[in-house]
Design a protein around this ligand. Structure first.
Ligand code: NAD
Length: 293
């Protein structure tokens, strides 16, 4: 059994991005510039945005965090989005989710210029992805593909079971793995799937993205399967200083011995997500997905 080390892979890819930025600098080109909009004071969102800001600095990007108060109206946020859409200096931007309840997230996502949509959530990018056109891919599934690539995990003809159908993880993951080049036969499961345990047990590759701590147990996994754990659930713990720990969607200790490959939580998929965002920002800066106007 091999433990897929997301920290190692993300560190290697981070170096590649930083080297690209150095090349751009040396050639006198424009340094990629990412803006993040953060509305309100949700603790987890602040942490995520802080990590993104730090990573930008580490790879050499320019970045700005626009911190807006929780009472920001939908109209005010749409104005900010419009301003960033029209600011030629900004290569890409993200609106950190979730947004306060009085703001329609979908409306905001659709207001972002797809050319700057480095989260890959805009329907135009989702549509381009589904049809196999160059697109900004959502960071988590893209990060998982990078892990499979790095470890040279065979996917062609394999049965991949994806648990979860969200627009940011499960659905794009299932779509991408069914595409040419990855060539999996994919089953996408969700909360209404019947006989889920039986379906999961038929997977050569299992991607758990349902957000239920330790849901996937050893009896649900085929011997030799590749198991990718996307879930992150905070649970109280008296063994850590912080008073909590993170659990994945997979009961790691009992599942790991049955697998050929498995991602731990933390240190598996998590570190990859932010790297994919950096790669998308680099692509936006270079005009790789949509040529620069
Ligand atoms: P979500 O709540 O939007 O979607 C969960 C999906 O799981 C739904 O489609 C639902 O149908 C399905 N589901 C729920 N209960 C189920 C059950 N009992 N059986 C089968 N399917 C069931 O969540 P999400 O945004 O896709 O995130 C999923 C998990 O991944 C969460 O724990 C989240 O924190 C984590 N996550 C991690 C990263 C990372 O970087 N590691 C990134 C994004 C999300």
């Amino acid at each position: 059994m091999t433990i897929i080390d997301g920290k190692e892979v993300s560190a290697a890819l981070k170096k590649e991005i930083a080297a690209e930025v150095e090349k751009i600098k040396a050639a006198g080109g424009k340094i990629p510039y990412l803006v993040a909009i953060l509305v309100g004071d949700d603790g987890a969102s602040q942490t995520y945005v802080g990590h993104k800001e730090k990573m930008c600095a580490e790879v050499g990007f320019r970045s700005t965090v626009l911190r807006l108060p929780a009472e920001t109206t939908e109209e005010q946020l749409l104005k900010e989005v419009d301003r960033l859409n029209n600011d030629d200096d900004v290569d890409g931007f993200i609106v950190q989710l979730p947004l306060p309840k009085h703001i329609d997230e979908q409306k905001i996502i659709e207001a972002i210029d797809p050319r700057k949509d480095v989260d890959g959530f805009h329907p135009e990018n989702a549509g381009r992805m589904v049809t196999g056109l160059p697109a900004f891919l959502p960071a988590t599934p893209d990060g998982i593909l990078a892990l499979l690539r790095y470890y040279k995990i065979e996917t062609a003809g394999k049965h991949c079971v994806v648990i979860g159908r969200s627009n940011i993880v499960g659905r794009p993951m299932a779509n991408l793995l069914s595409q040419k080049g990855w060539d999996c036969t994919v089953t996408m499961c969700h909360s209404r799937t019947k006989d889920l345990a039986k379906v999961v047990a038929s997977g050569d590759i299992v991607i758990a993205a349902l957000g239920k701590a330790e849901f996937v147990t050893a009896d649900m996994v085929k011997p030799g399967a590749v198991v990718i754990d996307v879930g992150i659930t905070r649970v109280p713990s008296d063994k850590t200083k912080s008073g909590w720990k993170l659990l994945g969607d997979v009961k790691y200790d009992e599942v790991a011995p049955k697998c050929s490959y498995i991602t731990p939580v933390p240190g598996g998929v998590g570190p990859m997500t932010i790297i994919s965002l950096m790669q998308n920002t680099l692509k936006a800066g270079k005009g790789e997905i949509y040529p620069k106007k």
